[in-house]
Design a protein around this ligand. Structure first.
Ligand SMILES: *Cc1c(COP(=O)(O)O)cnc(C)c1O
Length: 363
């Protein structure tokens, strides 16, 4: 269709030559990707030394998280392979994306989620897109185990990040950053749950570096929530806990790939507390105007921790080169989890419908 431009047709159209698709692959897309890379002047000033921080705002994808980048590919390949249904275990955003792209592809979507641990915004998305939602007594890791087992015996495609197409789609975020900045950044910071995204970004950076489209690869810094930090602690966490439900993962599916990215990039994994995550979330929305869900704020909390000499930080931000360009991925939109903000900072001022009273209250 001639009225479309390449960039608003989604990541498969934009990066087809780098993705495992052929002319026989039906493209299931919602025009995901091409998200803004927003300069963050106040964050940059906190680092100083002419460093510049950019926020990759993945909450502006069609279902409000980066999961759409992988899901366009996972669903396109599932349909190509003849699947009539997809299944996923989810902390919320994977199910929202799977359900939307399944609706688009006219196939059914089954979501297995840990009972009571999903924000209502994300659950509402799965319902709205017509998915069949099953809440199990267990945590995310139990749900993922069941999904793997069902995928082995039933004609249902698993679209969790153990599906290799997901990471292929997600690596396109690195391509976009390189194209926007003209090169790879010096440092890339992101939240880590199942560790698929940090692995995908690294894959994208390495790929464009090896093709000569970037002169370097960035130092990768990953941040887990303190109560769900298996990679940081180097052991499975049986009962992961954190308010950042999207990274409430005790046994990451892409653990080895993430370790490879951290090691090869000269990066580090660290953990941030729920208090630090919530403070960073509110700081980002009230100072830079970017509202993200708690898990996403782990990258900002992580940057703050790296700047704090009194913390037990795993990486000292003083190691950033002068004039460094630092990209923080914020993975999902704040509106997905409004309860958190209501509990943290929501207080309405009551007033009569009276001009002078209002002027007094707001002064
Ligand atoms: C899925 C998700 C993450 C974690 O990404 P992984 O690939 O599992 O490490 C972080 N934030 C949000 C909002 C997510 O949806």
């Amino acid at each position: 269709m001639s009225f479309r431009t390449l960039h608003d047709r989604g990541v498969i159209a934009r990066y087809r030559e780098y993705l495992p698709v052929t002319d026989a692959t039906p493209v299931i897309s919602l025009n995901e990707g091409s998200t803004p890379l927003i300069h963050a002047p106040k964050l940059s000033a906190k680092i100083g030394r002419d460093c510049e921080v950019f926020i990759k705002y993945e909450g502006l994808n069609p279902t409000g998280s980066f999961k759409d980048r992988g899901m366009t590919l996972a669903l396109s390949k599932a349909v190509e392979d003849g699947a009539h249904a997809v299944i996923c275990a989810s902390t919320g955003n994977t199910s929202a994306a799977a359900a939307a792209y399944a609706a688009r592809a006219s196939i059914s979507c089954i979501v297995l989620l840990p009972a009571g641990k999903i924000s209502f915004g994300k659950l509402a998305q799965a319902f709205a897109y017509g998915a069949k939602v099953v809440a199990i007594e267990g945590n995310f890791d139990d749900a993922l185990r069941l999904v793997r087992e069902i995928g082995e015996t039933e004609p249902i495609a698993v679209v969790n990040s153990i599906n290799p197409h997901r990471l292929q789609g997600q690596k396109t975020a690195s391509f976009e950053i390189i194209e926007t900045l003209g090169d790879a950044p010096d440092v890339h910071i992101l939240p880590v749950g199942n560790a698929g995204n940090i692995s995908a970004y690294w894959m994208g950076y390495e790929e464009f570096f090896s093709l000569g489209k970037a002169s370097r690869t960035p130092v990768m810094l990953g941040f887990q929530a303190a109560g769900s930090a298996p990679i940081y602690h180097k052991r499975i966490i049986e009962k992961p806990e954190t308010i950042a439900t999207a990274i409430r993962i005790g046994n990451p599916a892409s653990w080895d790939k993430a370790n490879n990215a951290l090691e090869k990039s000269g990066g580090a994994i660290d953990a941030v507390t729920d208090e630090e995550i919530l403070a960073a979330q509110f700081w980002l929305s009230s100072n830079e105007g970017i509202f993200v869900e708690p898990a996403s704020a782990a990258s900002i909390a992580g940057l703050f921790k790296s700047l704090d000499p009194t913390s037990n930080r795993a990486y000292d931000a003083a190691r950033f080169p002068e004039g460094a360009r630092i990209v923080c991925t914020v993975t999902g939109h704040g509106l997905k989890d409004p309860e958190v903000i209501k509990e943290q900072c929501g207080s309405v001022i009551s007033a009569k419908a009276d001009r002078s009273e209002i002027l007094r209250l707001i002064s």
